[in-house]
Design a binder for this molecule. Structure first.
Ligand code: ADP
Length: 519
């Protein structure tokens, strides 16, 4: 019904991308054909496009169920930037705002409409949606529906009624994290009808998993070495407790690294501010508890460092997976200590529900097996999610490739020295992914810095996170291609018609004005 050109033209016009990522096109076609679909795709795989593009092409409204208000707002803002009409409905809006969204939705004004599961469960919401020209329902973070998942949310259970309430609407479920058991649960609970199933590989070749059991001093010096290795790049450090978050921030600052804390007991204004400072690249390092992350979609995170054992492989995969969404090489360092096991066991012991306790033990044994094994980390993760990789070595994790020099070094002094000497080498790592490297110029570091500075200014001026202005991959492509006019600008990855209209003149002027100070 929709030919290739229609799809690619929409991809080009609104997203500024030339090609689909593996699997995206097939998912888009299934959704356009009105099938139920179940999609498991790792973080950064490009799930949102799989429901946004069909909604745009169908010209009706896709209702997206999403667990977090912040995430909904982000997505709606990004879509608005791309010229796609989108809205969300939640309790933070005034009743006038809510009625306005509801009225405009009935008129069919939106291609995407974001709702929380609680909102969808309300009888008045169901009645209202019956008068909205709905194209299909998209369930984001669908694993939250399963008790077997690590992020079970009771309110997701109410989605089981969706099928009865809207028997004619297709349902599309998306998750980045689902073992076989959770996948079955998703199909069951959502009552999917003969769904087209898509399971992308969990292998993310740009992520290098580095696991090491440490004592305290080694852990600290390795953390510093990682930060030096990724100087100038964004980093997340996960600490197990609020006290450790504070200690770690103080320690990093004593060593000259600016870092902001993030945890559940901070005043919410402070938390929000810290998150924004990190999102806008004002401070590069964020130290958080696991409270930080869900809904964070910053593309260019160069490293995620864990300072203790996560509760499960799924949790680890998801947190570590916040690195490298842009497809560029990134490090996931799991620096754990012997005492972490005791701490986890203690917490499991405090769980009251025997079934929940049992599931927690199972997860504990799996993560313990993961860190103790002397076999490929990447493969272990893929196998955990039910994949049978055809390869046996990923060549990059600490087991397959020995890890980078900064990581191999053990004692504090050696680590610091080695980190300095290897910084030069880090750029030589190959880039994974299917991005067209683009022709012409090599990336001029000075120009890239200037473009980043320009982006920071725009981000402040327009009150939007820097990555919503342009991704790093777009800035790099700009440096390579040096477009001289609007036509050439539209060939840059991540620049569609709307972004070209919004920022094109400023950008072209900045590029024309650029004169390197050296060479
Ligand atoms: P997920 O929801 O699966 O974690 P996103 O939808 O946030 O992933 O997409 C991850 C990143 O990949 C985003 O920065 C997005 O702009 C980019 N992306 C998605 N599809 C494509 C594509 N076809 N070509 C280039 N970049 C893409």
């Amino acid at each position: 019904m929709f030919d290739d050109q229609t799809l690619v033209a929409a991809l080009r016009r609104h997203w500024g991308f030339d090609t689909f990522r593996p699997m995206q096109e097939r998912v888009v076609r299934s959704v356009l054909d009105g099938h139920d679909v179940a999609v498991v795709m790792p973080t950064g795989g490009g799930k949102s496009l799989c429901y946004q593009l069909p909604a745009l092409i169908l010209g009706r409204t896709a209702v997206v169920i999403s667990p977090l208000i912040a995430l909904m707002q982000d997505q709606a803002a990004q879509l608005a930037q791309m010229g796609v009409p989108a809205a969300f409905l939640n309790s933070t809006q005034s009743s006038e705002e809510q009625s306005d969204v509801m009225r405009r939705a009935r008129e069919g004004s939106y291609r995407l409409l974001y709702l929380s599961p609680e909102r969808l469960a309300r009888a008045d919401t169901v009645r209202w949606l019956e008068s909205v020209p709905v194209a299909f329902f998209a369930i984001d973070e669908a694993h939250c529906i399963s008790e077997w998942g690590h992020e079970f949310r009771p309110e997701y259970r109410q989605l089981s009624r969706l099928r009865e309430e809207f028997p004619d609407q297709p349902i599309a479920a998306f998750t980045a994290s689902a073992t076989r058991r959770v996948r079955h649960d998703i199909l069951d609970q959502l009552r999917l009808r003969d769904p087209h199933k898509f399971i992308a590989s969990f292998h993310r070749p740009n992520l290098r998993y580095l696991v090491r059991k440490c004592d305290e001093p080694t852990q600290r010096s390795l953390m510093l070495a990682a930060l030096r290795e990724h100087e100038g790049g964004s980093v997340i450090v996960y600490a197990p407790t609020i006290a450790r978050v504070a200690d770690t921030v103080a320690f990093l600052e004593s060593r000259g690294f600016a870092a902001v804390p993030y945890h559940g007991q901070m005043e919410s204004g402070d938390r929000q501010r810290n998150q924004e400072r990190w999102m806008s690249d004002e401070v590069r390092v964020l130290v958080g508890t696991i409270a930080f992350g869900l809904g964070i979609n910053k593309p260019a995170v160069r490293a995620v460092i864990h300072l203790s054992l996560p509760k499960s492989i799924e949790q680890y995969y998801q947190e570590a997976g916040r690195a490298g969404r842009d497809g560029q090489p990134s490090d996931c360092a799991l620096l754990w200590q012997g005492r972490d096991k005791g701490l986890l066991a203690y917490f499991i012991g405090t769980l009251e529900d025997p079934a929940e306790r049992e599931r927690a033990w199972q997860r504990y044994h799996e993560i313990k097996g993961f860190v103790d094994a002397a076999s490929c980390r990447t493969r272990a993760i893929c196998t955990h999610f039910g994949e049978t990789p055809k390869w046996s070595s990923c060549d990059t994790c600490d087991v397959c490739g020995d890890g980078p020099t900064w990581f191999r070094a053990g004692d504090a002094a050696a680590v610091a020295d080695v980190a300095r000497s290897t910084r030069v080498r880090r750029l030589s790592r190959s880039t994974a992914g299917d991005d067209d490297p683009g022709p012409a110029h090599p990336v001029d570091e000075e120009l890239r810095e200037q473009l980043r500075e320009w982006r920071r200014t725009v981000s402040k001026r327009d009150g939007i996170p820097a990555f919503m202005v342009f991704h790093d991959t777009t800035l790099e492509d700009l440096c390579r291609r040096r477009p001289a006019n609007r036509e050439e600008l539209l060939h840059v990855t991540g620049i569609g018609e709307r972004k070209a209209a919004l920022f094109g003149d400023e950008l072209l002027a900045a590029l024309r004005a650029y004169k390197p100070t050296t060479g």
